[in-house]
Write a protein that binds this ligand. Structure first.
Ligand SMILES: [Zn+2]
Length: 380
């Protein structure tokens, strides 16, 4: 969510990451468990015991979220859907799909397994707590296990609300999709439920906040706000994927990109190219073969007095794979690459031959045009 995540470990071949926001959440959970929940439930323990329980409770919640997301990822893999990994962030976890599920059935199983796993885990933990009580576990131990059982039930219930993109919303979408065969319509309706539920949570949050439950109110509002945004975003994402489906980069590229020769002086690069075309980066070409890339940054590393004496070949670097894309690649993948690497343009290659350039602005213009037209058709 805040974009900065740390790699933790690999599990069944999936990379597990935690967003920085999760660390804040972990502290908040530990604190509220140690000073609120556990002292309220068990009144005669020491502060050290409450804090120990708080820390273990937060770790257990962390494990529960991973368990939940892992179940999604494993089922997805069974259906042959590429998964990138699992990221924990402030409101829970996300299992990253590289593509949309291919059919309603795969989406249904992929989505429902999450809440089911949480429910099963809750039952197991509940059994463990009862068993522990019977054999005389110390109170803090059964307290933590009991809390984790409770939180997994909550996790299952919250995720089953039919609000896309929550799991329940995905189950809902898969049913609509199976019923009509129209994923577009199904997503739109499920996403409306998602935004609607988001709004309800925000209103509920506001109400709680102004009637004195500040922290609870703030949480509702935050979750609602997040869900509202996510519903719209996933819907947009689906429209984009569909609009670009099966289209290659070649279709959107402009041929004859502006290139510079290697023996050009840096002075002319600045005067005749950088200031004229205002591109961040220029490919350096020898015939049709790309020798490297030169950008504003390379010029910036040089003192101005050296500009007339240095050539482009002196300062250029190999073009990073992030800045290039093969002509036959999927346009949706190219778009994802541009967004991820924050590039406004990519060089289009055929092998190592430069054949064009693909520009973010053009791609977005095409998308908004096409999506507008399709939405108009649907509304008519
Ligand atoms: Zn889930």
């Amino acid at each position: 969510m805040f974009g900065k995540s740390i790699n933790l470990f690999r599990l069944f071949g999936f990379q597990v990451q935690a967003d920085m926001s999760w660390l804040i959440l972990a502290l908040l959970i530990t604190w509220s468990l140690a000073t609120g929940y556990f002292p309220f439930q068990y009144s005669h323990l020491s502060p050290a015991q409450y804090w120990g329980m708080g820390i273990l409770g937060a770790i257990g919640l962390f494990g529960s979220l991973i368990f939940h997301e892992l179940s999604h990822s494993l089922v997805a893999r069974r259906f042959g859907i590429q998964m990138k990994g699992i990221t924990l962030f402030i409101f829970g976890g996300v299992a990253h799909m590289e593509e949309e599920p291919p059919n309603p059935k795969s989406e249904f199983f992929m989505a429902i397994v999450g809440p089911l796993s949480s429910l099963v885990l809750a039952l197991l933990l509940y059994g463990a707590m009862q068993g522990g009580k019977a054999v005389g576990w110390p109170e803090p131990a059964s307290g933590i296990v009991g809390y984790l059982s409770f939180i997994n039930v909550l996790l299952a219930i919250f995720n089953m609300v039919p609000a896309f993109p929550l799991d329940g919303g995905r189950v809902f979408r898969s049913a609509l999709w199976a019923w009509t065969g129209d994923i577009h319509w199904a997503t739109r309706l499920a996403a409306r439920f998602g935004s609607g539920f988001g709004i309800i949570l925000m209103v509920l949050g506001g109400f709680n906040f102004f009637t004195g439950n500040f922290v609870g109110g703030l949480w509702y509002a935050l979750i609602g706000f997040f869900l509202y945004g996510a519903a719209g975003q996933t819907y947009q994402q689906m429209l984009v994927n569909r609009a670009l489906h099966g289209e290659s980069v070649r279709r959107f590229m402009s041929p004859d990109p502006v290139t510079v020769p290697p023996d050009l002086s840096v002075q002319s690069l600045v005067d005749d190219y950088l200031y004229r075309y205002l591109h961040d980066m220029f490919p350096v070409l020898d015939g049709t073969k790309v020798m490297g890339c030169v950008s504003k940054k390379h010029v910036g590393n040089l003192s101005r007095v050296e500009w007339p004496n240095k050539s482009v070949a002196d300062i250029m670097e190999a073009c990073s794979p992030e800045k290039t894309v093969q002509a036959d690649r999927d346009a949706a993948k190219a778009l994802a690459q541009m967004i991820k690497t924050r590039s406004s343009r990519l060089l289009v290659l055929e092998g190592d031959r430069l054949v064009g350039v693909i520009v973010l602005k053009d791609l977005l213009k095409y998308l908004s045009f096409r999506i507008d037209l399709e939405e108009m058709e649907r509304a008519a």
